[in-house]
Design a protein around this ligand. Structure first.
Ligand code: GAL
Length: 408
């Protein structure tokens, strides 16, 4: 009898243990990304040792492959328990308006997040008077990274303007160094760089207007951006089509390339590789502008392990979680009450800039425009890399904007 009871009890324990899972879906596999995610898992596992975390990653920067997999799963009624999604249009247009998510307003109030997260961030996760995802960071897209030793060796100053950029690039090229590391393997990286060039020619207000109809895509400053970008492409590594964003960063670590323009997940990558010789400045002509995006996680309807997700979201939004994650990730916390002293020099400078610079939403990383527009935009710019025809490309950009209801 006792034996039978024990067997039943054991079976129950095993069932409970097996049932207690948490599937976290993201595209964080590269250096810095994986380390940041692991920090969150470590905190969670300490609090909930009985829950098995399923780290469901689909490699490919900016969600190049993950987003398609996610769509198939969501539409097929098999949502992951929680998934990475950019705050802003990507979250709201793709998943909230379509009715796939549960609101998280109660959690925001009980955890006190409305008091410690900036209004700008709370606004872009809001819809219909509710909050819909938990932002874990703020990333900056418009950074120019450089190899300090190379710059020192040739007596170069990090460029601040387009003219300075081309001047430095020409000098580096003459020395046999790749001026601008570039990787276009996943199809989004060129659009990422081009976004910063648009900011450079249009300024904060002009760039913002592209996504609201206030700036026309036929604007001569868009033409100028395409011309500048075409010129930049003359200074990149010829094997860019075979490299991902992190493999492009590797050229800087190896001292083969001097600069690249990438989001500050590149800082996470450099740190994960133990590379301390990187410097940073803003992308050319981006002075005083913070091109921002935020990674967040939500609760899809039908999540199999709802309670575990809520517990995970609490970790994501906690001070401890945001500190541990962002130190490794290269981003800054979405919470403003963190201990700044814990952070590396790059993030300290980004925290200061966040407060004093003008914020614009990143298009390539889901903040500025609906996902369908982003996809078309990135494809046109990827094509431009292969065939830098300014006129045809601007026409294509104009017609894409028209499709999304923008005036010509
Ligand atoms: C961005 C994402 C970042 C970083 C980057 C490269 O879209 O917001 O967290 O992972 O892609 O994968």
């Amino acid at each position: 009898m006792v034996k039978r009871l024990l067997v039943v009890l054991l079976a129950l324990v095993v069932t409970l243990a097996v049932a207690s899972k948490l599937e976290v879906f993201s595209w964080w596999t590269a250096g810095g990304e994986a380390e940041g995610l692991q920090e969150l898992f470590n905190i969670y596992s300490k609090l909930y040792p009985g829950v098995e975390i399923i780290n469901a990653t689909v490699a490919g920067g900016a969600g190049a492959q993950a987003k398609a997999v996610l769509k198939t799963r969501m539409l097929g009624g098999d949502p992951p328990d929680t998934f990475q999604v950019h705050a802003g249009r990507e979250l709201i247009d793709t998943w909230v308006k379509t009715g796939f998510m549960e609101p998280l307003t109660e959690l925001f109030i009980s955890e006190g997040w409305t008091k410690v997260m900036p209004k700008g961030i709370l606004d872009i996760i809001s819809y219909n008077g509710e909050y819909w995802s938990v932002p874990v960071n703020i990333h900056r897209a418009n950074v120019l990274w450089y190899n300090k030793t190379i710059f020192e060796k040739y007596g170069l100053k990090p460029p601040k303007t387009f003219d300075e950029f081309f001047d430095v690039a020409e000098k580096l090229k003459a020395k046999g160094i790749i001026p601008l590391a570039f990787g276009t393997k996943d199809g989004w990286e060129a659009a990422h760089v081009f976004e910063t060039v648009l900011i450079g020619t249009l300024g904060a207000e002009g760039y913002r207007g592209l996504w609201t109809g206030k700036t026309k895509w036929s604007d001569p400053r868009v033409t100028q951006a395409l011309e500048i970008f075409a010129k930049m492409l003359k200074y990149v590594n010829p094997d860019h089509a075979a490299r991902t964003w992190d493999e492009a960063c590797a050229l800087i670590v190896e001292g083969k390339a001097a600069m690249n323009i990438m989001g500050d997940w590149a800082a996470g990558y450099f740190m994960a590789k133990g590379f301390e010789d990187f410097g940073w400045t803003l992308a050319p002509n981006n002075e005083g502008i913070f091109d921002a995006l935020s990674d967040s996680f939500g609760l899809p309807k039908g999540a199999k392990n709802r309670e575990n997700v809520i517990a995970f979201l609490k970790v994501l939004g906690s001070k401890e979680g945001q500190e541990a994650f962002n130190i490794k990730k290269g981003s800054i916390p979405a919470r403003t009450d963190v201990n700044k002293d814990l952070f590396p020099a790059y993030q300290k400078s980004a925290m200061e800039d966040w407060l004093k610079h003008e914020i614009v939403p990143s298009v390539m990383h889901g903040a500025a425009a609906p996902e369908s527009w982003v996809t078309e935009f990135k494809d046109v710019i990827a094509l431009f890399v292969a065939r830098p025809d300014v006129k045809t490309t601007q026409k294509a950009l104009i017609s894409i904007a028209r499709l999304h209801g923008m005036p010509e």
